[in-house]
Ligand binder design. Sequence first.
Ligand SMILES: Cc1ncc(COP(=O)(O)O)c(C=O)c1O
Length: 417
Amino acid sequence: MEWRALSNSEINERVNSAIKENNNYAHGGILGTPASYLDKDEFSPNVPFLNDAPFLKTLINNPNHIGCHTLDQKSSPIFSGTHEIEKELIELCAQEIFKAEKKSIDGYVASGGTEANIEALWIYRNYFMQEYNAREDQIGVLFSEDTHYSIAKACDLLRLKPYLLGVDNKERRIQLDSLEEALQKALSSNVKYFIVVLNMSTTMFGSVDEIDRVLDLLEKNRIAHKLHLDGAFGGFIYPFSNPNSEHHFGNPKVSSISIDGHKLLQTPYGTGMFLIRKGYMKYVTNKYAQYVPGLDYTLCGSRSGANAVVMWMVLMRHGSIGWKKKVKELLERTNYCCEVLDELGIDYYRNPFINIIAINANQIPPTLAHKYELVADSYERPARWFKIVIMDHVSYEVLDAFLDELKNEVGSSKLEA
Ligand SMILES: Cc1ncc(COP(=O)(O)O)c(C=O)c1O
């Protein structure tokens, strides 16, 4: 888990030389693409600060990263410079964060966690259909009730059968009797192949699903399955905070992982990432994408190379030491908030490796929750939980202001029992 931090000028140099290596619309010689640099009146390419703003410079140059560049097929030579940065980024995340063997992972920068999750289920659906002759209605998806709704969306789109697993209210652990029940129900309706989605931090609670707890039962019964980890929230924190994590490619049970830059990494929206062991992207090859050099394997098609560049930039600016420090700071602030909640006797759920605190809704006046924009588990039915996510902007000052008001409310016993 080590990579060297680069200075601003090293980062500028690397991105500028990648842009130079790309063919540039402005230099002539690109006649066939249905795209160009960004509109010159809106995005002037000549403002001097662009030389020190590599993300914006890439954005304006507008390289298309369509396709998956970690595969052996040659992608478009027009944007080979920034494609190379995306390859480096994928390898960095796979190897240094998720303990993969060198060059054993394919992946791409997706629009976000939703796309990366759908991509995973799409690949495994086709894998079961092609390798096991499975019909769509024989493939089930197992996931906990705390799972992000993108998995339900994927089941809907891909016509896969969702099987929701219950969790206990206190620990948010997947209940084994619920898993057994789901499997029995599935098997009795001839669903024989399973895509298991486990969370490397759920959206609402920050809970992390245990891999062996769920897979043991499938393995014991020799049930065909593939495991995808949803690390859209936790992917840039949990591997750093929990040295005993099993949620990585060093664990042979893990086939693919989704992560999001536009959450913890503070990169712009459009910076998700999909990572999968080599040998699986082929299940979503689109042979009709004949005009795309290297074909296409992604859900989104055309996408800006600037998104890959900015993820790479942020990771390189921090280096592994800087990133670990940042994770530590976020967790310290989360611990501080929990200590005050403990003193106040407020009930909440917290995973010690994650920067989310889910407070029991009847322990906090809704007006206060709304004032500080805590996020509720539901806006359709009465909230049961309000969460705080200790992000970069959630400083000790902001926390103290909130906690002081909470103290007053608790003191004047405005809360229900
Ligand atoms: C665990 C998890 N998975 C997936 C997503 C979806 O990510 P996005 O909104 O980037 O599509 C989220 C978003 O909050 C999430 O927390």
